[in-house]
Design a binder for this molecule. Structure first.
Ligand code: PRX
Length: 652
């Protein structure tokens, strides 16, 4: 037998069917959607598009597909802000709360659909007044304040595309993105609150705009009251322009395939890619998935996605999906440990949050902080929990299920990407029997196959995750670089989209994500996923969080080096490190036993919370560090170096 593309070690036999009471009330409780989509996926999506959205002109063709170019809902015309706002107000739901906004210092705003529409129309006129026209791009560099969704929706109202730039990014990142998209206007704020203090944004814009010739206007929201310089003729206060803006702005009817937004994903080394999302298909799939994956009952639910709007999760599941569905959401500006480590649980209790959508990295941090924090609050309003961003280790899943969900909430582990625009692999909470750590099955209408090195489907075991057919929310390209679009996604395996992730299929056909294939380790010819070893490490009771990398090794090609953060009370020692190594061997097999385990105080993460394994490889191989500009906290690496040289597991 030939070597598998990626080895398959872990075996999970816990199974959590949908709780009976939940299933009885669920929007879907059987396999009808799957069957419908299997029979004819285009007809399935056409039905969703017509049922979930309001079209100004109906489409005549569901899909035109010539790899790698897709056109969905051809001939259809619609306006996104109308779908997110006007139609709810027209239906008499203008008084429903769109956002319960909470600032980090504790200030709050309640914004109804009618109020949001009024503000969006005014701001759309502000943008027009600054010369923004249909087809232009507007950069948004903002904190998590209501003016951010307002600005996004105002762009959609007049047919301009937005390009959101995460507020943690540096002036250089602003320059790259603004220039690549040739943005005309930048919307920003003086700053936002993070960890109890204002974090300034406007000075970064000022620095960046020295090198951005396309920008003619800047709008600044006053959030923190910090001193900022305003350049005459270019910079304007949001409140001044709004005071003078006309209250009504008729929506532009956009083609289903008109550009809705650009969102840049940073490859680890190369220039960031401007991922293009268009109008009709994107809105259909985000509305569909938000409704069914979270079992949304908009008249009762208070939904909360704790991501930042600057990432795709916020675009799709704070702004477009929830608003298209007329949902009430929580929008929180700040960090989860300000003023206390129970901030999230306090918010859930006060607003009666019913769905919480967060990231595994956050869950592991909550685990490290301990169950006493959520125990201070009544979390009984929660019905569905979600995760996104990376594979969730079974132990973190169990902790989330037990300590946040009270054992009664289904967990939807949603696999998707900036490029896919919306959920692709995820349970449906009233339908799917869950296995901790598995994203389970493709959504209805989505085609997924795991393949081997030759592109042949793998029925059972590990390989590469591919998507076998177009989907409505798929990226339509990389801005300005069609060749890179084709090369990156469509040329690895003929006829398939390659996601860059490893995955395995278990005996029951469940899908398990194994992390980025670039991170797969090769130990004596065995290809081992970082995810499985990390999950085995986190399975040890003393370990809160883990990252593993393959470091060059004379004997085995690569050797597994594990970096672990211990739970609150655990003490690092050589004996514990040895015990943790053996735990991995016992849990998933001796081939996967790390050669070294190093206890560290923290792990290097990007600002969106993904572990930067490349830097850990540099440390393990004693190299100078590569580019560290995308690190959330650059001091972490020094602490890890010291631990690697002197701490438990250093051998020193
Ligand atoms: O590796 C997968 C991981 O995150 C990547 C996409 O990252 P990004 O474009 O930043 O979008 C994040 C929010 C959708 C994927 O290629 N990923 C995301 N969700 C999961 C995941 N890995 C495993 N399980 C998930 N649920």
């Amino acid at each position: 037998m030939s070597q598998p593309a990626i080895e398959d070690f872990a075996n999970e036999d816990r199974l959590f069917p949908p709780p009976q009471g939940f299933q009885a009330e669920a929007l879907v409780a059987d396999d009808s959607l799957y069957r419908e989509a299997d029979a004819d996926y285009e007809a399935f999506w056409a039905r969703q598009a017509r049922e979930l959205l309001t079209w100004e002109t109906d489409f005549h063709t569901t899909l035109e597909w010539e790899l790698p170019d897709a056109r969905w809902f051809v001939g259809g015309r619609l306006n996104v802000s109308v779908n997110c706002l006007d139609r709810h107000v027209a239906a008499g739901r203008g008084e429903r709360v769109a956002y319960h906004w909470e600032g980090e210092p504790g200030d709050t705003r309640t914004i109804t659909y009618a109020e949001l529409l009024a503000e969006v129309e005014r701001f759309a006129n502000v943008l027009k007044g600054l010369g923004v026209e249909r087809g232009d791009r507007v950069a948004l560099y903002m904190p998590m304040i209501p003016e951010l969704p307002v600005a996004m929706l105002a762009c959609t109202r007049i047919g301009a595309a937005h390009s959101a730039i995460f507020g943690g990014f540096s002036p250089d990142s602003i320059i790259d993105r603004v220039n690549d998209g040739e943005c005309k206007v930048v919307v920003t704020a003086d700053g936002g609150y993070r960890r109890g203090a204002p974090s300034l944004l406007k000075p970064n814009v000022d620095e960046a705009l020295e090198s951005c010739p396309s920008v003619t206007g800047v709008v600044v929201v006053r959030r923190t009251g910090s001193d900022v310089t305003m350049r005459d003729g270019r910079d304007h206060w949001y409140h001044d322009l709004m005071a003078g803006a006309a209250p009504q702005c008729p929506p532009e009817a956009m083609d289903a395939e008109d550009l809705l937004y650009l969102l840049y994903t940073s490859g680890t080394t190369a220039k960031p890619k401007g991922i293009m999302h268009t109008t009709g298909g994107y809105l259909t799939q985000v509305a569909f998935s938000h409704k069914y994956v979270f079992d949304l009952k908009p008249e009762h639910d208070v939904y909360w996605c704790s991501a930042d709007i600057g990432w795709v999760t916020g675009h799709s599941y704070i702004v477009y999906g929830p608003l298209a569905n007329g949902a009430t959401s929580v929008l929180y500006e700040g960090t989860p440990d300000t003023p206390g480590r129970d901030r999230l649980w306090d918010i859930i209790e006060r607003y009666g949050v019913t769905q919480l959508y967060t990231a595994p990295t956050a869950i592991r941090m909550f685990m490290k902080w301990g169950a006493e924090e959520p125990e201070k609050h009544d979390l009984s309003s929660l019905r569905v929990l979600g995760t996104v961003g990376e594979p969730i280790n079974p132990e973190a899943w169990m902790w989330y299920h037990t300590h946040i969900g009270g054992g009664r909430c289904p967990i939807v582990d949603t696999w998707w990407q900036t490029e896919t625009g919306a959920h692709m692999i995820t349970p449906l909470p009233g339908v799917t029997d869950l296995k901790p750590g598995s994203a389970t099955f493709p959504l209805p209408g989505i085609g997924v196959e795991v393949v081997d090195d030759n592109g042949n489907p793998v029925e059972r075991g590990g390989g590469y995750l591919t998507l076998t057919r177009p989907w409505p929310a798929m990226l339509r390209g990389i801005w300005g670089d069609p060749q890179r679009y084709r090369d990156t996604y469509w040329s690895h395996y003929p006829g398939r989209y390659f996601a860059g992730d490893g995955a395995k299929v278990d005996d029951d056909g469940y899908l398990w994500l194994l992390g980025r294939v670039d991170d797969v380790m090769n130990v004596s010819g065995h290809r081992i996923s970082t995810t499985e070893v990390e999950s085995a490490l986190v399975d040890h009771p003393a370990v809160a969080e883990a990252a593993v990398v393959g470091a060059t090794d004379d004997l085995t090609g690569q050797a597994i080096v594990g970096y672990v953060i211990l739970r609150g009370t655990a003490e690092g020692s050589d004996a514990l490190v040895e015990e943790i190594r053996q735990h991995v061997a016992h849990k998933i097999g001796p081939t996967a036993r790390p050669k070294r385990v190093i206890v560290v105080p923290d792990l290097p993460k990007t600002r969106s919370g993904k572990i930067m394994r490349r830097l850990l490889r540099d440390v393990a191989e004693g190299r100078d560090l590569g580019d560290t500009t995308t690190l959330a906290d650059p001091t972490v690496v020094d602490a890890i170096r010291t631990s690697a040289a002197e701490g438990p597991g250093s051998g020193g």
